[in-house]
Design a protein around this ligand. Structure first.
Ligand SMILES: NC(=O)C1=CN([C@@H]2O[C@H](COP(=O)(O)OP(=O)(O)OC[C@H]3O[C@@H](n4cnc5c(N)ncnc54)[C@H](OP(=O)(O)O)[C@@H]3O)[C@@H](O)[C@H]2O)C=CC1
Ligand SMILES: O=C(O)C1=N[C@H](C(=O)O)C[C@H](O)C1
Length: 270
């Protein structure tokens, strides 16, 4: 078998199926496990029914057993399940790539113990385009200090968290560009008599419907003009390829919590 072994956590999901394909197709790695939720109808069945290239692998809910045979796990599931698999990756000293979004601040913090024992790469969006856009947003927000920033995102009707992980990443970048913390300036829900927009706020608006893969606009408003930075995702393969690249990058890496900016060499100091 080619290269290092990768377990897919959340294998029957929209992203899980895509990852089964992308990992099977990527040189330097092979599928070592397809993990799904305990009690899932998929457990015990051939993963070939999820993705033909995964034929011969049995979907399992035995996370300990699967991690014993792997050097990396790629997780697109739920925040609770991500924390469990990160702890097991730490025990196995395997790299852990987390694409799952919707973490609370406490859940983000709860990843720290695992990150002392294995490399964890976590990002609300694993695509090259969004990670480049994040740097541009940081730059533009700093260059246009008085402008009103609004982040608008659209996703498919099955998405359960809002604003999206990507929208929050972009909002964080805008706040960082102005030397602020997003938590201090975010306006995440407007309804009723809201009063005028708070000066310096970073606003979020959310659209849900149909099968939209993921669309994000960061709009900078000033009297008489607007600058719009946009990313449109049309294929989940862009996220899966980013996650596979992160798993390869993390092989042999020191324990710690990393982002896609580390993987892609986009991190700017300061
Ligand atoms: N960072 C990025 O680039 C991207 C992030 N995402 C994020 O990834 C996550 C998943 O998205 P998506 O694939 O669309 O969602 P789905 O709901 O289609 O898939 C989630 C999968 O996780 C499984 N799961 C739930 N609990 C567990 C558990 N305890 N152990 C193992 N598996 C479990 C589900 O199984 P069951 O159905 O049986 O409950 C399901 O197969 C979301 O948070 C989404 O926002 C999505 C795309 C890109
Ligand atoms: O749930 C999704 O589908 C997506 N989730 C991520 C997010 O929350 O930003 C990334 C992508 O936009 C698709």
């Amino acid at each position: 078998m080619d290269g290092f072994g990768v377990v897919i956590h959340g294998a029957s999901g929209r992203m899980g199926r895509m990852l089964l394909r992308v990992v099977a197709e990527t040189d330097g790695m092979h599928l070592a496990g397809a993990l799904d939720a305990p009690g899932s109808e998929w457990v015990g069945r051939d993963a070939g029914a999820l993705e033909p290239l995964a034929q011969g692998l049995t979907v399992t809910d035995d996370a300990v057993g699967a991690m014993a045979r792997a050097q990396a796990v790629i997780d697109f599931s739920t925040p609770e399940a991500s924390l469990e698999i990160a702890a097991l990756a730490a025990q196995a000293r395997a790299a852990c790539v987390i694409g799952t979004t919707g973490f609370t601040v406490e859940q983000e913090r709860a990843l720290e113990p695992a990150s002392r024992h294995c490399p964890i790469v976590k990002a609300g969006n694993m695509s090259l385009g969004v990670n480049l856009l994040t740097g541009l947003v940081r730059q533009v927000a700093g260059a246009l200090p008085g402008w009103d920033v609004e982040v608008v995102e659209a996703h498919h009707a099955r998405k359960v968290d809002a604003p999206s992980g990507t929208a929050l990443m972009l909002g964080e970048a805008a706040a960082e560009g102005r030397g602020l913390r997003l938590a201090d300036v975010a306006e995440r829900g407007r309804d009723g008599i809201t009063g005028p927009r708070a000066e310096g706020a970073i606003g979020f608006a959310v659209i849900r419907g149909g099968d939209v893969v993921g669309e994000h606009d960061v709009i900078f408003h000033a009297p008489g003009e607007r600058v719009v930075l946009r990313h449109l995702a049309a294929d989940r393969a862009i996220f899966a390829r980013g996650a596979a690249r992160a798993a390869a990058w993390a092989q042999g890496r020191a324990p710690g919590l990393y982002g896609m900016d580390d993987v892609l060499g986009l991190r700017t100091e300061g």
